[in-house]
Design a protein around this ligand. Structure first.
Ligand code: T4K
Length: 399
């Protein structure tokens, strides 16, 4: 199909007339959503710990097997509040290979994120380096379950215990994923989910801190609502981190549909594995079949055996309207303000630098069917077969 057509970067028409995006929202039953919104309007209760938020929180607790869920307006604010409620100060160790929000949530409150390298086999934080980064100012570790694959929980818990540090997890990618059969969300002092539009479970925008710690949960609830204890009594410093009822309506509706979302994601992931299996130089990241997984990310590493670089391949795909992403390029340590604060951080992060230059995320979800996946694989093969010509065009453009 693709061998006879001319690639768009070589002057042909794009293969897809509509853009195919990574991160297209998963949306459940619209009728159920509109019913919930109608009821919300009839009740005249739109935010401030309303009944839909309460229902959403208790459904998340039951699903994840945690005692408390404190729903918030997004995961970045949830991280900030959790970090503050846990009393972290000074330095906190985080992976550099994560979305910038993990680092910013610390820096925003003048806590230094100390960037740790990854294990290139898992893309998750390397516990051996964590130990070496601990200083007298270190108060905590925030592990990230990158792509929903568990961070090295046992190793991090052991370090945190021995060195008297607080351990939390950024579980933004990990809703519906397990570690040793237990849902991610129930480890460490607390974990933070994201329910952003692009996430496996979305509430338009949204996030939550989940924890089994009663005192922490009480503090999180106060901090989420300006520190209000009741109508006119403020007992704590707080901010506005509340989730709206409309967000909870979306979250509940999508929660009802997560089995379908997983099935589609898994089908697509298997299809990508099949159609890319024989492309030398591309490695699809696989999920552990013994754990539950949301399969939300199709992660491919492009190595030296592929005749185009990762960035060249991304350019070829974008020209065809396949809007692949380079998450988490170039790594938090190469973004501001961290790049200016620690200009040589990359020296300690060789795996992060290498993997961040190789990863490409391909579109999945409901809007992507098997024929589309075959077509994307065809494009990748055409790019490989026309690599010399593609390179010539790119080098002419840049000269
Ligand atoms: N920790 C981690 C590890 C995270 O990955 C994130 C968020 C957070 C913390 C913070 O969570 P939140 O505070 O957001 O709850 C996107 C998301 O905005 C961000 O939530 C997510 N990580 C990150 C991995 O991806 P961008 O800058 O890539 O967003 P944008 O606007 O380029 O959209 C991404 C793709 O999704 C595009 O291909 C278009 C598509 N899209 C997006 C939206 C909003 C849609 O198709 N429909 C939509 O409504 O950050």
């Amino acid at each position: 199909m693709t061998n006879e057509r001319t690639l768009a970067v070589l002057g042909g028409a794009p293969m897809f007339s509509n853009r195919l995006y990574v991160g297209r929202p998963n949306v459940g039953d619209r009728t159920a959503l509109f019913r919930r919104l109608d009821e919300m309007l009839d009740r005249n209760w739109l935010t401030n710990d309303g009944p839909l938020v309460k229902e959403f929180e208790s459904r998340i607790c039951a699903f994840a097997g945690v005692k408390h869920c404190v729903a918030m307006c997004n995961a970045t604010i949830a991280l900030e509040i959790a970090i503050r409620a846990a009393g972290l100060t000074g330095e906190v160790i985080v992976p550099s290979y994560t979305f910038i929000a993990t680092a910013h949530a610390l820096q925003w409150q003048e806590i230094t994120p100390v960037f740790c390298d990854m294990d290139p086999a898992t893309h998750n934080i390397d516990p051996k380096q964590v130990e070496r980064l601990i200083t007298p100012r270190t108060t905590g570790i925030i592990g990230v379950h990158v792509w929903g694959r568990a961070a090295p929980i046992d190793e991090l818990a052991d370090i945190a215990k021995r060195r008297n540090l607080t351990l939390m997890f950024d579980a933004a990618h990990a809703f519906g994923c397990t570690y040793r059969g237990r849902m991610l969300g129930s480890f460490g002092l607390a974990e933070v989910y994201s329910f952003h539009a692009t996430k496996f479970l979305n509430s338009l925008e949204g996030g939550a801190v989940v924890t089994n710690d009663d005192a922490l949960a009480a503090k999180l609830r106060l901090m989420r609502n300006f520190g209000f204890h009741d109508y006119d009594r403020v007992v704590y410093i707080g901010t506005n981190g509340k989730m709206t009822e409309a967000s909870a309506a979306m979250g509940l509706t999508n929660l009802d549909a997560i089995d379908e979302f997983v099935a589609v994601n898994r089908r697509n992931h298997d299809a990508y594995a099949r159609v890319l299996a024989d492309v030398e130089g591309l490695t699809l990241l696989r999920y552990d079949p013994t754990e539950q997984h949301n399969h939300q990310y199709v992660v491919v590493e492009v190595d030296e055996r592929f005749p185009l670089s990762r960035d060249e391949l991304v350019d070829v795909l974008h020209a065809e309207n396949v809007i692949a992403r380079r998450y988490f390029y170039p790594g938090c340590h190469r973004m501001e303000p961290y790049k200016s604060y620690f200009p040589h951080a990359g020296l300690l992060l060789p795996h992060t630098e290498r993997v961040a230059a190789r990863v490409i995320i391909l579109p999945t979800g409901n809007s992507i069917d098997l024929a589309t996946i075959e077509a994307i694989a065809g494009l990748i093969r055409s790019a490989r077969d026309s690599a010399a010509e593609v390179r010539r065009v790119f080098s002419k453009r840049s000269s």
